[in-house]
Design a protein around this ligand. Structure first.
Ligand code: NAD
Ligand code: UDP
Length: 329
């Protein structure tokens, strides 16, 4: 494991160049998207957030409600849409993202990856804007190569319980590539690995919010299988810095954005329980079908081409996350 990676002093948040005066963020009322909107606004970029609130919430952007540089446009990106005025950057994040959400919304997830991506690409094409697709480590499926470099084509079950998400994102990557090669749209694909932090929904089913809410409530932590499967968790501020580094560079990607520090789910549960000062027991529940056994990004490309790497120490990021969840109760 690359234990030193997250502790290295990195280049810090990527500055948004003056040329990004106005950005559209689809899925901007979601977990990652709302942090992205906040960072763009902090850099002085006007933001139009397009979100149908399927898995996001107005609460995530409520702090921006009186901000004249921020607009929330509640709409489904699967229907053709326009944004009046100039746009320099389209950041396409709209899609259910947690396994619980995409299992509940399989058709919506496929449509967001297909029609939603095409409508967002068409917007970028009309506006002459750069386009960023928020893709995912799930395009690698249950990987047979570890850690995962961008050149690995993946191991995805096309009809399994994760297929609606994995194949939607794979199609979205193919469509983005076709718009680049056919229409000359300036595109970049980023493959986000597991991201955690404040504003995750307590009941979105993902490991971090589930374990934190269980530990804070003194309930058993539900570890899937024997907990030996691994993930590599990136704090949301780092993910947002990587997205902006990619958005303001010229590289087309795909480029992995994630934290290479890898840990088992059992270790994650224990660390969260300790951090919460909880005496919750661990309980072992059936592992979901097709749950990837190992996941860790190779971020050589992001380091070299974008000058980006995560900088937030895991324990610090987790403490910030626990603090946020404990204030929800
Ligand atoms: P999220 O569910 O919190 O946010 C997704 C947002 O998209 C929500 O606000 C939702 O309402 C909106 N949305 C969904 N379908 C829409 C539609 N048809 N029209 C308009 N808005 C729609 O999820 P997140 O964790 O913030 O993920 C954001 C993006 O990052 C997703 O594209 C996801 O695939 C990608 N990603 C996230 C992670 C992660 O660990 N969080 C990892 C890999 C990739
Ligand atoms: N997981 C778990 N208990 C839970 C929720 C998730 O053990 O209550 C496991 C899940 O099976 C997977 C890992 O944690 O092995 C990460 O799951 P998550 O949904 O957070 O992310 P993803 O599977 O999309 O990487």
């Amino acid at each position: 494991m690359d234990a030193a990676a997250a502790a290295d002093p990195g280049p810090g948040p990527a500055p948004v160049p003056r040329t990004v005066r106005r950005a559209v963020v689809t899925g901007g009322a979601g977990f990652v998207g709302s942090h992205l909107c906040d960072r763009l606004r902090a850099e002085g970029t006007e933001v139009v957030c397009v979100d149908n609130l399927l898995t996001g919430s107005e609460d995530n952007v409520r702090a921006r409600s009186a901000d004249p540089g921020f607009t929330l446009d509640v709409r489904d990106v699967c229907d053709p849409f326009d944004v009046p005025g100039p746009v320099d950057l389209v950041l396409h994040l709209a899609s259910p993202a947690s396994p619980y959400d995409y299992a509940r919304h399989p058709v919506e997830t496929l449509r967001a990856g297909a029609q939603g991506t095409q409508n967002a690409l068409d917007l970028a094409r009309r506006k002459g804007a750069r386009f960023l697709l928020a893709s995912t480590s799930e395009v690698y499926g249950d990987p047979l190569v570890h850690p995962q470099p961008e050149g690995y084509w993946g191991n995805v079950n096309p009809v399994g319980p994760r297929s609606q998400y994995d194949e939607a994102k794979r199609y979205a990557e193919a469509l983005t590539t076709a718009y680049r090669t056919t229409y000359g749209v300036d595109t970049v694909i980023v493959r986000l690995f597991n991201t955690y932090g404040p504003r995750m929904r307590p009941k979105d089913g993902r490991a971090v919010p589930t374990f934190v809410t269980q530990a804070l409530a003194g309930e058993p932590l539900t570890v899937a299988g024997d907990g030996s499967q691994t993930r590599s968790l990136c704090y949301v501020d780092d993910t947002v810095s990587g997205i902006l580094a990619a958005a303001t560079a010229t590289h087309p990607g795909p480029v992995n954005l994630g934290n290479p520090v890898e840990l088992t789910i059992l270790d994650l549960a224990r660390r969260i329980r300790d951090l919460c000062g909880s005496d919750s027991p661990l309980t072992f529940v059936p592992r979901p079908t097709d749950d990837p056994a190992l996941r860790r990004p190779d971020i050589s490309l992001a380091r070299g081409a974008l000058g980006w790497q995560p900088v937030v120490d895991f324990d610090k990021g987790l403490a910030l996350t626990v603090d946020w969840f404990s204030r929800l109760a």
